[in-house]
Design a protein around this ligand. Structure first.
Ligand code: PBE
Length: 267
């Protein structure tokens, strides 16, 4: 027959996101490890990736993207991860909260909330989906906080209230982090702090916490995705531990595509 190979059908392109993301580095390793020498990882952004996915999906066209969970795309589209028999994308990931050194002394209430903040992929999913459906991130976060007073009470338990002290949180414009960072910002604001969010790339997010120009971020994907930054700045930040368990990264395709494994991309 004249059926095109998967590679031909997508012009040997994988639709990536921002170059600083850990998943981009993992995908470059995957191209090497699986000897996908003809393939190209195309840089873009989280928003451009989901737009491309949406467009392809509507027409039932093939597409391969760098994807991750939690992400609203799995509830909007029928998707699957390609199997990764070489384990390039690691085992399950967890998301950690990362504070600057000295935060516990300077702003103990903020430190406590960040330390106690822990939610589930489903909870994050509610906020992500609301944002995806067009609600402004601050509004989606505020609605979630209002609807989940019990959870918020757990996270703020014993935390000193603020009196307008400034708190700077950095984040990258990944859908998962837009959701989580806005929720934590809302909680800290309600507690009396003056919260500023700065949207940056992954490198500066870690660097900012390490040099103290930022108080914290809650977007540390570990043990694999941000391993480089973790090692680079180890000692210059405080790892407050997991705020979400059971995250995952990998190559993602629409379920209608007739491939199952990264190895199938060689054919
Ligand atoms: N992600 C989402 C990020 C971490 C959060 C998987 C796109 C990354 O690859 O660095």
């Amino acid at each position: 027959g004249s059926t095109a190979s998967v590679g031909e059908s997508v012009e040997y392109k994988i639709t990536g996101i921002d170059p600083g993301a850990g998943i981009m580095k993992a995908t470059s390793s995957a191209l090497e490890e699986y000897e996908l020498t003809d393939w190209e990882l195309v840089e873009g952004s989280g928003a451009a990736m989901t737009a491309a996915l949406q467009k392809a999906y509507k027409k039932e066209e093939p597409i391969i993207v760098t994807g991750w969970t939690p992400h609203w795309m799995f509830s909007k589209f029928d998707l699957k991860y390609l199997e990764d028999p070489k384990g390039v994308y690691g085992e399950a990931e967890n998301i950690h909260s990362i504070a600057r050194n000295g935060l516990a002394e300077d702003l103990p209430g903020v430190h406590k909330v960040l330390d106690q903040f822990f939610w589930t992929p489903d909870e994050m999913g509610v906020v992500m989906s609301a944002i995806q459906d067009g609600t402004a991130p601050e509004e989606a976060a505020a609605a979630w906080v209002e609807d989940n007073a019990d959870k918020v009470a757990e996270w703020t338990e014993g935390a000193e209230k603020g009196n307008g002290e400034e708190v700077k949180l950095a984040y990258v414009a990944w859908d998962s982090e837009i959701a989580s960072t806005n929720v934590v910002a809302k909680i800290l604001t309600d507690l009396g702090y003056e919260v500023t969010l700065s949207q940056v790339e992954a490198g500066p997010m870690w660097a900012g916490v390490a040099d103290g120009s930022v108080d914290a971020h809650i977007a540390g994907w570990l043990p694999l995705t941000h391993a480089d930054q973790y090692e680079k700045y180890e000692g210059d930040f405080e790892d407050l531990g997991e705020n979400l368990e059971g995250a995952k990264t990998g190559l993602v395709v629409p379920a209608y595509m007739d491939i199952d494994s990264i190895e199938d991309l060689k054919e």
